[in-house]
Design a protein. Structure first.
Ligand code: ATP
Length: 331
């Protein structure tokens, strides 16, 4: 593998649920709580649209190696916050105290592509333009973030063809992992809702991120694929990646989050472990104020056995696929 395609997989020891619980039990369950090893630190990010404050996050730390959910009622500012920290929008406080750093690197004034190159990548919904492209072309587009200037240089050096082959091999591997290999040459627009979500995730992984940010990964996904998607997300964490995701489905949040941050009316109003944060009065207030019918989830399914079962299922499928690929000489 070339340097920029370095494998981000690291053993954080956090594949073990007991280790994760031991870690998060040391976190303060208060908004803006400090973490022992934050991969993302955000300060004073404010975004106003006209007179309306969509985001006003004074301090947030995201712990490395965990799955953190960002939840909150409709209009709480979650998507805007994602856009701000990934360089797709600018805080109103830019140059006036807004500061955020990823993996020790200040990102305040960088473009979306340099944020991606720093290792923080968000998934994108399949837009019209992307739907009109094939699955493999979508994947190759995902690699652009990763290669950046190096890609340009290598084109001049005449090594592009070799690099393109390497990138396509990596795309094939990811497509196989996400059960999309058969669809490689199909138009992305022809995929089902769940397959699109898988493609969005696979595309983001083309750049070997240290942290993947998922915006509503389960929206529009049928129950059969939900299990598989949840398993994939947990496996990314178990391989050492940090996951930050926005999700409305509280059952999903409870099932896979190690830590939950809650936004309401632009502000961070609570933080805590999934099984306790939902009973925080600030969270109940925020949701009740927004819509009364939110189901804040059910603890009955929140067992280690259920979670590990899902992760094991996907890991077994991965192993089976790898064996098949080896037999077919794909690897
Ligand atoms: N480009 C924009 N121009 C004006 N207002 C905007 C813009 N983008 C977002 N807003 C407003 O900012 C607020 C926060 O929106 P945002 O989409 O970030 O919330 P959210 O928490 O992601 O909501 P949802 O869960 O419904 O997706 C909303 O009131 C929204 O109408």
């Amino acid at each position: 593998m070339s340097e920029q395609m370095a494998d981000p997989k690291v053993d954080t020891g956090l594949a073990d649920p007991a280790a994760r619980r031991a870690l998060t039990s040391g976190f303060d369950a208060v908004p803006g709580a400090g973490k022992p090893d934050p991969i993302l630190v955000v300060d004073n990010i404010v975004r106003q649209f006209g007179g309306m404050t969509a985001v006003d996050v004074q301090h947030l730390e995201v712990q490395r190696g965990l799955i953190t959910a960002l939840i909150g009622p409709n209009g709480a500012g979650k998507t805007t916050f994602f856009n701000l920290i990934t360089g797709f929008d600018k805080p109103t406080t830019a140059g006036k105290g807004a500061h955020w750093a990823f993996d020790g690197r200040t990102l305040d004034k960088t473009s979306a592509s340099s944020v991606a190159q720093a290792g923080m990548v968000r998934t994108f919904q399949l837009t019209k333009a992307l739907s009109a492209m094939t699955v493999i072309d979508n994947m190759m587009l995902g690699a652009q973030n990763q290669a950046g200037e190096n890609l340009l240089k290598s084109m001049f050096r005449g090594t592009w063809a070799k690099q393109e082959k390497e990138i396509e091999a990596k795309a094939d591997e990811l497509l196989a992992r996400f059960k999309l290999f058969e669809k490689k040459h199909d138009y992305a627009g022809s995929l089902s809702g769940g397959q699109r979500k898988l493609l969005e995730m696979a595309r983001a992984l083309m750049s070997d991120p240290k942290m993947i940010m998922l915006d509503e990964p389960m929206a529009g996904v049928n129950p059969a694929l939900t299990q598989s998607l949840l398993g994939h997300i947990q496996n990314l964490r178990d391989e050492g990646m940090t996951v930050l995701f926005v999700e409305h489905d509280m059952h999903v949040v409870r099932h896979i989050s190690d830590w939950v941050a809650v936004m309401a009316e632009g502000r961070l109003v609570a933080e805590g472990a999934a099984d306790t944060v939902m009973s925080d009065p600030a969270v109940i207030d925020a949701y009740l104020g927004a819509h009364h019918d939110t189901d804040l989830g059910d603890d009955a399914l929140l067992t280690d056995a259920a979670l590990e079962g899902m992760a094991d299922e996907v890991a077994a499928e991965d192993a089976e696929r790898e064996a098949e690929e080896e037999a077919e000489g794909l690897r």
